[in-house]
Design a protein around this ligand. Structure first.
Ligand code: BV8
Length: 246
């Protein structure tokens, strides 16, 4: 179904035309039209061998069963490697050139923003495509390692690699949230695209943009979320249909 341009308010069109400092926060919904399963709302990424994803994707599980966590992320990587960015990712990559000061913050680990040409993406939760040594924290591109070796072994210190992904109960990458929060305070227009806004601290960013920065906050999501009431405008639609209209 073709989205209707009248879903975009005049106020948003004017702000979009004049904006210089823009921040976009994305979640799994921005990759849904690429075929990447979302976590909640019936998305397929929610359960693994009977375990809800916040159990298999947790610090405790990594402690208990690193090989199982590798199997879970190998499965996710196997899904994503066949998929391509969708018009939502392409639109956001174009916005990078359009605004003087543009920040793209994602909760996603699928790498599809970068595959669509986006640069300097703030990955709050890490990346499916990287492994990190549990001892010396050396990082590796998993596409360059031998797939059979599980868990992979660090070439520098010989200990195990883990997925370079932030699991539930783990701290975000050093400085990532602080940088995103600083940009949220400074922005004048903030888009929240395809997130159920239940995971913290990522879900704090639109509130920081609105309260601390006075930004105009726009939510793009087929459903309402706990953030919807905070937003200045909510556009109920699919990211791949709405974003190209702007
Ligand atoms: C932290 C990587 C400090 C893994 C993810 C107890 C102990 C410890 C911490 C906590 C605790 N209780 C609460 C917490 C905090 C916890 C948290 O927030 N829990 C929630 C669930 C209650 N947070 C953490 O643990 C964070 N760390 O707090 O550190 C600390 C440390 C130690 C001790 C105390 C504190 C770490 C959070 C990061 C977890 N890792 N991902 C993996 O991917 O497997 S989070 C995971 O959820 C994904 O990254 C995902 O991106 C994220 C959020 O989900 P969404 O992206 O919003 O996706 P979802 O499916 O939910 O929604 C999709 C949306 O899209 C829907 O709204 C849908 O309507 C919409 N949609 C669908 N189709 C479309 C669409 N929209 C647009 N277009 C479409 N076509």
């Amino acid at each position: 179904m073709q989205a209707r341009a009248d879903l975009i308010s005049e106020e948003l069109r004017e702000r979009f035309a004049e904006a210089r400092r823009v921040l976009v926060l994305t979640g799994a919904g921005v990759s849904a039209e690429s075929g990447v399963p979302t976590f909640r709302g019936g998305g397929g990424a929610g359960v693994w061998k009977g375990m809800p994803f916040n159990i298999i994707s947790s610090a405790g599980m990594l402690e208990r069963d690193l090989p199982e966590v590798w199997a879970w992320f190998d499965y996710r990587r196997g899904l994503v490697e066949k998929l391509a960015p969708n018009p939502a990712h392409a639109a956001l990559a174009r916005w990078q050139e359009r605004f003087r000061d543009f920040t793209l913050v994602t909760q996603n680990i699928d790498g599809l923003h970068q595959a669509a040409g986006a640069r300097n993406v703030i990955e709050l939760h890490g990346s499916l495509w990287r492994g990190r040594c549990v001892s010396c924290s050396s990082r590796y591109d998993l596409r360059e390692l031998n797939e059979q070796e599980r868990p992979p072994i660090c070439r520098l210190c010989g200990n195990y690699l883990r997925p370079d992904v932030v699991l539930f109960g783990e701290q975000l990458p050093l400085g990532a949230f602080e940088l995103a929060a600083e940009r949220a305070r400074a922005c004048e227009l903030c888009f929240v695209v395809g997130t159920s806004a239940v995971v913290y601290p990522a879900a704090m960013l639109p509130e920081i943009a609105s309260r601390a920065g006075g930004a105009y906050v726009v939510e793009i999501n087929p459903e309402r979320t706990p953030l919807s009431d905070l937003c200045d405008e909510t556009i109920q639609g699919k990211a791949g249909e709405i974003l190209p209209l702007l």
